[in-house]
Design a protein around this ligand. Structure first.
Ligand code: SF4
Length: 256
């Protein structure tokens, strides 16, 4: 059995996405925002030793993990301590990709390449992107970082390829909403080209991707009027040919 464990490095974020609690409340946990201490991180990791089930570790919950001032040190330490996967079997990073420059990418890929654990331990980097055009990104995400994020993800893919790594897999996610629904096709075309470079198969998914491939994830918005959100999500899946009109959607693997 796998236990999915989220250890939140911070509840702060450098964006204010319109669909996120970060945009709706000054304090997402209704207590003053903060950063996890080094001592807490080390103690939490130590406590994972000997746990009977496989641990899937994610250093994120309601904030942006890379916003933690010691993010790189925390992650490196976790991998250095994970000799023979004694603490966790897999590691998944969710990020908005804003603070994701070359140095950080190199550091994360160095963790993924550590010979002291299974080669697929660093399983996934999930980038929350949610827009194709710059103006849409600004309106949905609350910051003018579209070009930077696109550049950061593309560089990460290049660096991963240069190291000959299959892991971490990359997911680019797009929550479908009224503001961005008309650019779903452009988003899919763009990322299918980059993720599918060299004829690689890409998972185009309308629900959580399988994790076996790099993926483009067209995600459903959760909101009060769920029927309306479901409708535009459904229309987006139809627009990119993921589901035929009138059929139930399902995860699909496609070659580009
Ligand atoms: S990047 Fe993530 S945590 Fe930050 S505001 Fe957007 S959805 Fe919320």
């Amino acid at each position: 059995m796998t236990v999915y464990l989220n250890l939140e490095l911070t509840d702060r974020c450098n964006l204010r996405c319109r669909m996120c609690g970060q945009a709706q409340a000054a304090q997402v946990h209704e207590v003053p925002e903060t950063f996890m201490s080094w001592e807490t991180w080390c103690a939490l990791l130590d406590n994972l030793e000997g746990y009977r089930d496989d641990i899937s570790l994610c250093p994120h919950w309601l904030g942006e993990p890379t916003f933690h001032p010691e993010f790189d040190r925390f992650v490196r330490h976790a991998f250095e301590m994970n000799e023979g996967n004694r603490l966790f079997r897999e590691f998944k990073l969710h990020t908005n990709g804003v603070a994701f420059g070359r140095e950080r990418a190199e550091g994360l890929l160095a963790c993924a390449s550590m010979p002291n654990q299974c080669p697929d331990t660093f399983r996934l980097v999930h980038f929350s992107v949610d827009a194709f055009h710059r103006s849409t990104y600004r309106s949905v995400k609350g910051g003018d970082f579209r070009d930077l994020v696109y550049e950061n993800i593309a560089r990460f893919l290049e660096l991963r390829a240069a190291r000959g790594l299959s892991f971490p897999r990359v997911t680019v996610a797009f929550i479908v909403m009224p503001e961005n629904r008309l650019e779903v096709g452009d988003f899919v075309t763009h990322w299918a080209r980059l993720l599918g470079a060299g004829g690689k198969r890409v998972d185009l998914a309308g629900d959580w991707p399988s994790g076996h491939l790099d993926a483009i994830y067209l995600r459903r918005l959760n909101q009060q009027d769920q029927e309306a959100a479901n409708r535009i999500h459904r229309e987006a899946l139809e627009a990119v040919g993921l589901v035929p009109s009138g059929a139930d959607f399902q995860i699909g693997e496609q070659s580009f």
